[in-house]
Design a protein around this ligand. Structure first.
Ligand SMILES: [Zn+2]
Length: 670
């Protein structure tokens, strides 16, 4: 535990573009071609329910994973004597991902204790940098030229660059720069790997844009060209430019990381077709793998077709949210903000224990069990159970970074300092404009549980810039008022509505009408007649099933303290082995009877949703096998449409993020 004396506040430097640090002989800092940039870490902080969630995360996994798995998560990078039971690249990945999340959690929550914890890690990591610049978790006796060496170093560097972003500590940028140059030297020419190693490009481009050291940029360019000749994992330009990807050919996280690299190189000055390739790669995965929850299907972690009973690995949620956040910045297109909201509020939140003390590695839209043997798409037991740190702990640590990264992506700005809101949520943004005024914007909202967002803007002297408000693609009716007066004007092709004003002490009210709707859902087992899901705004709704939670010992690498546990969650019990009743939607009836919104008081939205939907439904035969059991069933659907009771009943649906066990995709009545 940190003593009070240690946990002093870390000063957050609010600084403008540019940085005094240059490596000797470097050219001037190049201009990024990204349309937008995020504000420095710490400029946007969580408020409202987002703040409550980050506080729960601090008390839960976010604040404690390094203590629960010290050898794998706490020590790599700061203690080369750590006893890692897995390969060094794996523990390096998992540890570095945790610290990437922790640093961002500390500053988006503006929490001194967490900042102090992060600072200790940063100092200890820098202290182990070697003479030749090597900065990473590999010991001298381990193979620093293997694929995972770059992948694991990438996570360490992301964490350090977030720290630099928040504090402006030049020693940290200098250390990462030297670490990257070690890879430039040792991974030149054909000394490259084609799977996870290229991911180091994110840090290479970030540091190039801060230092102007062209060696970093050229290493990335060379790497992408090299990948076209060594493209067995389909991360090269030629693969991204194909009409379609193939199932099983790539790991879904590796794809999600790699797909943004051409766009990053474009942002640093590369050719425009690079940006087009990244856009197209995202279209490829969305066309063939996308679930109704806004995330890819990843059975066995590989590219899979969508289905109500196929699973998403938790890592996908954080990886793709980060990729969307980069694409929102580089392209300036609002659609990527929509994708960020959808993957976070649905796929990601549906796999979190609501007290933030466990997550599921794998989860699906229709889920009746989450037990040691319920997952049919894994190489091991335990993939669907809830645990703070399953032994393959990539997903638990990824769950720490996703909410802070979302908060950071709520505000971006362009070179002229117009402020863009690519996504919504309760937050506060503070910055000093290059034009002089200090600006504070408070975003007050229960979004996505409410359709109204209020912005309170204060500027120390009038601030003459545009606020660029995203109008989500799902929103057909909206209104924007500035100090009570309706704002008219076309929404730009990018999806943003500009609001111009000399901001001083003003209020903007945005109303994004959320109309419940029934949508067809892609499902590989139901090619003739689609299953249906119910949406409202960015939220997908589900029938929450009763949950029976059972604490189990599990197989953690390090025994857990008594207040932590693994859990099995099931609808069925020994006493009640029958599967849940099944429901179908009558499309004729829904055309006549609208879905009704129900509002209620809520202290915390994922415990008790402030917004529920009441939907007429019919008890029916099962659309597919109700329980997953590899011994007894194929997964082929029984058919759709289904035979259903004539009488309908009113069924309450809640956001899928409020559920652990659920039915999200429904057949239709004959
Ligand atoms: Zn994972």
């Amino acid at each position: 535990m940190l003593s009070m004396k240690q946990s002093v506040a870390v000063a957050t430097v609010v600084f403008c573009l540019g940085s005094p640090y240059r490596a000797s002989g470097d050219s001037p800092v190049p201009a990024s071609r990204a349309r937008l940039a995020r504000l420095p870490l710490g400029s946007v902080t969580a408020q409202g329910w987002l703040k409550t969630q980050l506080q729960r995360n601090k008390a839960g996994m976010g604040g404690h994973l390094d203590e629960l798995e010290p050898e794998m998560i706490g020590k790599p990078f700061v203690d080369r004597n750590h006893r890692s039971p897995v390969c060094p690249g794996w523990s390096g990945e998992i540890s570095g991902t945790y610290w990437t999340g922790l640093v961002q959690l500390a500053f988006t929550l503006d929490d001194d204790q967490l900042k102090s914890k992060a600072r200790k890690w940063v100092a200890a990591t820098l202290a182990l940098q070697e003479e030749d610049g090597y900065l990473g978790s590999y010991r001298k006796t381990e193979n620093r030229l293997e694929d995972y060496s770059a992948w694991s170093a990438n996570w360490c560097y992301r964490a350090l660059l977030h720290w630099y972003d928040a504090t402006g500590d030049e020693a940290v940028l200098r250390a990462v720069h030297r670490g990257l140059l070690w890879f430039v030297k040792h991974w030149d020419g054909d000394h490259k790997t084609s799977y996870a190693g290229p991911v180091l490009m994110e840090s290479m481009i970030a540091v190039y844009l801060k230092t102007g050291d062209a060696r970093l940029y050229h290493w990335c360019l060379d790497y992408l060209r090299w990948l076209d000749r060594h493209d067995q994992f389909h991360h090269g330009m030629a693969s991204l430019q194909r009409v379609a990807l193939e199932y099983n050919e790539d790991h879904v996280v590796a794809f999600g990381e790699n797909v943004k690299h051409p766009a990053l190189i474009y942002a640093a000055g590369g050719p425009p077709e690079y940006l087009a390739a990244s856009r197209h790669g995202i279209e490829q995965v969305m066309a063939k793998c996308w679930q109704c929850t806004g995330a890819p299907a990843s059975n066995f972690e590989y590219l899979s077709p969508p289905s109500a009973v196929h699973v998403t690995e938790y890592c996908n949620c954080s990886t793709y949210l980060n990729t969307f956040s980069w694409m929102a910045a580089i392209t300036g297109d609002a659609c990527y903000g929509d994708f960020m909201e959808r993957i976070l509020f649905n796929a990601a939140q549906a796999a979190r224990k609501k007290d933030e003390r466990a997550i599921a590695y794998m989860s699906s839209p229709n889920q009746v069990q989450a037990t040691m043997d319920s997952c049919l798409f894994s190489n091991d037991n335990s993939f669907e159970v809830y645990a703070p740190a399953v032994h393959v702990a990539c997903c638990p640590v990824q769950s720490v970074r996703i909410y802070p990264e979302y908060v950071r992506g709520l505000c971006m700005r362009d070179e002229a300092e117009n402020l863009f809101l690519p996504a919504y949520g309760p937050c506060a943004a503070q910055f000093v404009s290059a034009a002089g005024p200090r600006v504070t914007i408070r975003e007050e909202t229960a979004y996505p549980f409410d359709e109204t967002v209020t912005l309170r803007i204060r500027a120390s002297t009038p601030w003459r810039r545009s606020l660029m408000l995203k109008i989500p693609a799902w929103c057909k009716t909206f209104s924007v008022k500035l100090n009570g007066v309706e704002v008219r004007g076309p929404v730009a092709a990018s999806g943003y509505l500009p609001v111009q004003h000399a901001w001083h002490d003003d209020q903007v009210t945005i109303r994004l009408e959320m109309a419940p709707k029934v949508v067809a859902v892609d499902d590989v087992y139901f090619a003739k007649e689609s299953l249906r899901a119910v949406e409202c705004g960015p939220l997908v709704f589900a029938l929450r099933l009763p949950e029976h939670w059972t604490a189990i010992k599990g197989t953690p690498l390090t025994a857990l303290p008594k207040e932590w546990s693994w859990y099995e969650v099931s609808y069925v019990t020994k006493d009640k082995p029958a599967p849940p009743p099944f429901y179908a939607l009558s499309l004729d009836e829904l055309a006549r009877k609208p879905i009704v919104k129900r509002r209620c008081e809520s202290a915390y939205p994922w415990d008790e949703s402030p917004l529920k939907l009441v939907v007429p439904m019919h008890r029916s035969t099962h659309g597919y096998p109700p329980l997953r059991d590899a011994q007894k069933h194929t997964l082929m659907g029984y058919g759709n449409p289904v035979t259903a009771d004539a009488a309908s009943e009113l069924v309450e649906l809640v956001p899928i993020g409020c559920t652990t066990l659920r039915l999200t995709c429904f057949p239709v009545c004959k």
